[in-house]
Design a protein around this ligand. Sequence first.
Ligand code: ZN
Length: 392
Amino acid sequence: MRARAWAWVTLALLIALSVEARDPGAARSPNLVLVTFDGVRVEEMFAGLDAAVLQHVLGAKRLRLEDSDVYRRFWAPTREERRRRLMPFLWGTLLAGHGWIAGDRENGSHVRLVNAHRLSYPGYSELLTGHAHDDVIVDNARVRSPYPSVLERIQRELHLTRHEVAVFASWDTIGLVAESRPGSLFVNAGPAAYDHPDPVVRRLSEMQFDTPTPWEHVRPDAYTFEFAMAHLRAHHPRVLYIALDETDDLAHDGRYEAVLEALHRYDRWLERLWTTLQTDSFYRGHTSLVITVDHGRGHDPTGWRAHGRGIDGSEDVWVAVVDPTDARRGSQGAGRVHTHRQLAPTLARLMGAARSAQDGGGEAEEDEETETVGGESQEHARSVGGVSSAPM
Ligand SMILES: [Zn+2]
């Protein structure tokens, strides 16, 4: 009798386990969250407040460093302390315990743009397609990209629904880069209504139109972030892209203190995003988080506001990767040079969309070896004249 009872218990357990394995909520399929901070320099990412830039900005207003509240809050004698004051969650928690970052030039780590224009659209296009397309993608014109993005490739290859790949952006043009075929992804970009069952979120959607920015085709980042978080909780997309903008526009306007405030705010949002991912069984333990930028900007106190062809520093970018299967932590030191176009195959690899990582998703593109950033494919990675297309 005992043996028979155990047989039933074992059978029940097996059934429970097989149901668990088929339950999509319990499946261990990978998820991906991509976050971009528009035009954030390697200087601020790796060394925090740049006193030379702040001094230059304050000097024009006949102010001293000591007069600045931002200086009092974010200044520290060492670059490690300064960056941790500016982005305490990124440096103190995320990179200390969960992921790594490349691009600290002072440490011998380089991530470079391949595209020659070093503007936003060419930068987002390189990031999302894995190619520079320098002859076609030349400026920030608000036109739809002719090239499929890696988000579209992941969606197609993994047979995801449109709603499983979601894009939230403050600058409307990013929607045109992410989605070459209108309607292929869920896109909410620029000032755009966002429908949601929660009345608070619906009210925020209305308020975005009553909250103008000084910049065209852009909504405040706070709306973009709140809509993305509401979407994450309600719809559980497998791939979520959050594109934040203010760091770039504030820099163009010469408002260095506001740039630092924005970056500090982004750090708080990263903490909220991470906490949400870790407290949701759909995401916890099998979600990658990639944080990067579309272009750098000038290195010195006169060039920091601008970027583009001929502005030294515009090609220097950075990328942070949290991959549950990758043991590396913190800021990566001297090694091979990464390029920004490695990101697209890296995102495909993180989602297990191997074909995209291998052959560019079947597109007839230049005959290039594609590798990803990081991963265990390091020995296969190449760095030819500072131009690598390997997944990281
Ligand atoms: Zn930009």
